[in-house]
Every structure is written in C-alpha cells, then in structure tokens.
Design a protein around this ligand. Structure first.
Ligand code: GTP
Ligand code: MG
Length: 327
C-alpha cells in the first residue's frame, strides 16, 4: 500500500496523528496532499464547519475556547484550525492561544492546530480548505476555523465553511466601516464581543444599520453580544449557529452553500495548476525565452507576449490532455 493510501486509511479510522500529518501535507500543498484529498473527499461532508473571522485581537480565540466547552458539554468532538500565528497579523499569538485553550489540550476529543502556508498567495486558503476536508473525513463533529480579517475580511478564506461568524468588538467603529464597504454578505452570524463595554449597545445599533444595507435573502444574520472572557452570551451564539445550521438544512440551502465552497476551492486549484504550468513554461520553453528577449529589446510588447504565452500554455495543456486521453 502506498504511503498516502495508508495515511488515508489511518485518517479515516480517526487516528489523530494521521490527521496532524495530513494537515502538514496540506500546508505543503503538493501532489501527496492532492492524492490524499481525492481519497478521503467522498467520506467528508458530515461535519459542521464554522469560520470565525474578524479583526486582530477582538477575542476570536477566547470565543472559540468557549464554543469548544459548549460543544464538549454536548459530547461533540471539536477540531480547531487557525491561521499560523507567525503571520504578520498575529505575531506571538500562539503562546496566548495555548493559554486560552489550554483546558482543552488534554481532551482527546479536541484537536487544535495552527496552519501556515509555504506556497504562493491563495495557498493558505487552499491549504485550509483541504484541512477542513481532512478533519471532516476524519470524523470530527465540529470544525472551527479561525482566520484574521485585518480591516477588510479575507473573502477567500471564508468560503471554506458552512457558517461564518464575524467577530467585532464593542466600540470598534473601523470594523463597522469595513462592514459598510461591502462585506455584509459574508457573515451568517455577527458577534459583538466585549459586551461589558458601555459602547456595546451603540455598536449593536451600528451593526444592525450596516446589515440593513445587505440585500435581503432568506437568512438575516443574528447579532449576538458576548463577553468571551467570562463565557457570557456564548449560549446565544450556539443557538444562532444552530439556527443557521437548521436554515441550511432546509430547502437545499446547504447544497447551495457547498456549491459556493466548491466554486472557490476549484477555481483556486485550477489557478494554481495553471500558474505552475506558466511558471514551468517560462523556465523551459525556448519559444518563450525568445519572447522575453524580444520584449527586452523592444521588438515586441509585453501585452502581445503575454497573449502568446497564454496560447502556448493552453496549447500545451490540450496536447497533454490529448496524450492523457490516448488520442
Ligand atoms: N474585557 C474583555 N476581554 C476579552 C474579551 N474577550 C477576549 N478578551 C481578551 O482579549 C485579548 C485578545 O483575545 P484573543 O482571543 O486572543 O483575540 P483574537 O481575536 O483571537 O486575537 P488574534 O488571534 O491575535 O487576532 C485576550 O487577552 C482576551 O482575554 C471580552 O469579552 N472582554
Ligand atoms: Mg486568535
């Protein structure tokens, strides 16, 4: 049996170390990861996946700790995936997160892992999307994905979970501005954390106003006030998430959401494959090499050459496809 096949088998049997290893593969994003995802994908789709996003420092990890607690009380297993705290937005957070979620580290029904990306731009959301698939196939009941949206929320990263929670902080005017500038469609639930802050009610009103600009659809995001440091309001967050889950379960909304996830995921994969092909063609194709000299010497312009390279790459693709099909 190949190494990946055996890893897939252990992962599907619920082996935690296999999941950890699989996620490392998804950070690398290479061929073994693709093969693994292909093997386990049919067994995924059962988990409840929830993205928790929001500006730095608003209390996302503290809130996740509370959600873990609430889910464990219902005997559900929880996997937490977060963006690598070595990213510029979250420097030094890993120690803090270890403290914040420390009470769950010894629980074998809780899996906590931070992820980075060694690949190109977009690699992180691709790796994270794959990691969600892997944790799902591995049988975790709830998958929480923590991402940082600095100012404007990273739209890509939120397209990998069934529900998205946007966490804001009481008194955070900037975040509400960000809400108004076009991200209203992203969250399914909005949390105003630091509910003990006297500005919480005012922030609540601002968020409600911003939400009223959102095109009406079947689902209106509930706004929930929490104080993550004490656990206050977390029950309401759980209820809001449950309501969203019920909404998705009705009238084919879940399939629609998963089509959206598939769209983002597949587009990312196709772009990565094409980018690799372009990179390879530029390195190895003599014709392209001569185009570069033509541009340098002003015999051709870069726009025309880009078009020609696109032609070369897409021709190479159909040639490869033909070879594949045995034509
Ligand atoms: N007063 C108060 N403090 C809170 C609350 N929630 C979290 N905190 C504190 O805020 C700080 C940051 O919380 P985190 O949970 O690390 O925030 P985060 O959004 O995960 O931060 P990054 O991952 O770095 O973006 C910690 O010291 C928490 O204890 C709250 O409701 N009220
Ligand atoms: Mg955090």
């Amino acid at each position: 049996m190949s190494e990946v096949a055996s890893l897939a088998q252990r992962l599907l049997a619920g082996d935690r170390r296999a999941l950890a290893r699989a996620i490392t593969l998804s950070e690398d994003g290479g061929r073994p990861c693709d093969e693994l995802v292909q093997r386990v994908f049919p067994m995924s789709g059962r988990a409840q996946s929830v993205g928790i996003t929001g500006p730095p420092g608003v209390g996302k990890s503290t809130l996740i700790d509370c959600v873990i607690q609430a889910e464990r009380e219902r005997a559900r297993s929880v996997a937490v995936l977060s963006v690598d705290p070595s990213s510029p937005f979250t420097s030094g957070a890993i120690l803090g997160d270890r403290l914040r979620m420390s009470r769950h580290f010894v629980d074998n029904q809780v899996f906590i892992r931070s992820m980075g990306s060694r690949g190109a731009a977009g690699g992180l959301s691709r790796g994270m999307g794959n990691a969600v698939t892997l944790a799902d196939a591995a049988g975790w009941d709830v998958i929480l994905v923590e991402t940082v949206g600095a100012g404007q929320i990273d739209v890509d990263i939120v397209k990998i979970t069934d529900s998205v929670v946007l966490v804001l902080m009481a008194g955070a005017g900037d975040s509400i501005q960000a809400l108004k500038s076009g991200i209203m469609e992203i969250p399914d639930v909005i949390v105003i954390n630091h509910a003990e802050d006297t500005r919480a009610s005012e922030t609540f009103r601002h968020v409600r106003e911003a939400l009223s600009l959102r095109p009406t659809s079947g689902w209106t995001p509930p706004i929930v006030k929490t104080q993550a440091s004490t656990g206050e309001g977390v029950g309401n967050l759980q209820r809001a998430l449950g309501a969203h889950r019920d909404y998705l379960a009705s009238n084919g909304h879940l399939l629609e959401r998963r089509r959206e996830i598939a769209r983002g995921q597949i587009a990312g994969m196709v772009m990565a494959q094409l980018a690799a092909r372009v990179e390879c063609a530029i390195q190895t194709e003599e014709r392209i090499d001569s185009f570069l000299s033509d541009v340098a010497a002003r015999r051709k312009d870069p726009v025309a050459v880009a078009q020609e390279i696109t032609n070369v790459v897409t021709q190479a693709r159909s040639a490869a496809q033909r070879a594949n099909e045995g034509v």
